[in-house]
Design a protein around this ligand. Structure first.
Ligand code: ZDP
Length: 279
């Protein structure tokens, strides 16, 4: 198998992006595992395919480094928007992208001809437990609800941005042993499709510090959908305004939960290199 690819990152959350209009990949799952491997492959948190859509400008599919498919993704969307615009696949600066969880709309924002930021309409947060999904006795949102695992109790808030997120507020986010507690929450039986796991420290109502353990990928430097879910969770818990900066290990994202109930994410996207994969 051979294909051309381009390597991108959004705040250090890195991806191999493949133009599925011209390149052919046999088995997405196995290829994702191989390509994402940091020693035997290219090295990435995920493999992304851009393919034709019947309902939007493009469709994208994302596979985590363990081969599982994610319904949605934030950092990828900003990278894909630049990829299709700069690669001449579209002339639009406001693009629609079909994902497994619905449509998202990235917009390239320029300042004097150079790209300033990519702002993405990530759609509405989904809060009903059945939509996250998270098992719960009632169908009202899971907000600050105790979850006991082994000796520890976490007060969790669950938000779907198309993919599941479980947010816990803590006093000191650096004191959390993410590689130990992350997988315990990710695979807990109350999450039928597993979950992404976020620990969040409130610096002030306009500034949140978040670290993430991603479903299917482990610790990553940033998670766009996770940052959106974090802002929604913080606002619902009365801990932050409806617009705030979310500080991640790889840098900052600006998140707004607007009056149309949509969440908007603004941040950078960068291409690092292009290559030709073969095996
Ligand atoms: O939901 C999942 O399985 C995530 N691991 C997918 C990747 C999310 C991403 N890091 C983001 O920025 O939203 C791309």
């Amino acid at each position: 198998m051979e294909f051309k690819f381009s390597k991108w990152h959004g705040l250090g959350n890195d991806f191999v992006i493949v133009n599925g209009f011209t390149e052919k990949i046999d088995d997405y799952k196995t290829t994702a595992i191989k390509v994402c491997d940091r020693h035997f492959g290219v090295g990435a948190d995920g493999l992304v395919l851009i393919i034709p859509s019947d309902i939007a400008d493009f469709r994208m599919r994302i596979f985590n480094s363990d081969g599982s498919e994610a319904e949605m993704c934030g950092n990828v969307t900003r990278c894909v928007a630049r990829f299709v615009y700069e690669g001449g696949l579209t002339e639009k600066t406001k693009i629609t992208i079909e994902t497994q969880a619905g449509l998202i709309r990235p917009e390239l924002i320029f300042d004097n001809g150079s790209l300033k930021t990519v702002r993405v309409d990530m759609g509405e947060p989904r809060l009903k437990p059945s939509e996250v999904p998270v098992l719960s006795e009632s169908d009202s949102p899971v907000i600050n609800t105790p979850l006991s695992i082994d000796e520890s109790t976490f007060h969790i808030t669950c938000v779907s941005m198309g993919n599941p997120h479980c947010i816990t507020f803590v006093n000191d986010v650096d004191a959390i042993n993410l590689s130990e507690v992350g997988p315990l929450i990710e695979t807990n039986s109350i999450f039928p499709r597993k979950t992404n796991v976020e620990f969040v420290e409130v610096i002030d109502p306009k500034t949140l510090k978040m670290r993430v353990w991603e479903r299917g990928a482990g610790i990553t430097l940033a998670c766009g959908t996770g940052a959106c879910a974090t802002l929604v969770a913080a606002a619902m818990n009365g801990k932050a305004d409806k617009a705030a900066t979310v500080k991640l290990d790889g840098g900052d994202l600006f998140i707004e939960w607007c009056n149309d109930n949509h969440v908007y994410m603004s941040g950078p996207a960068a291409e690092v290199f292009r290559g030709h994969y073969r095996e």
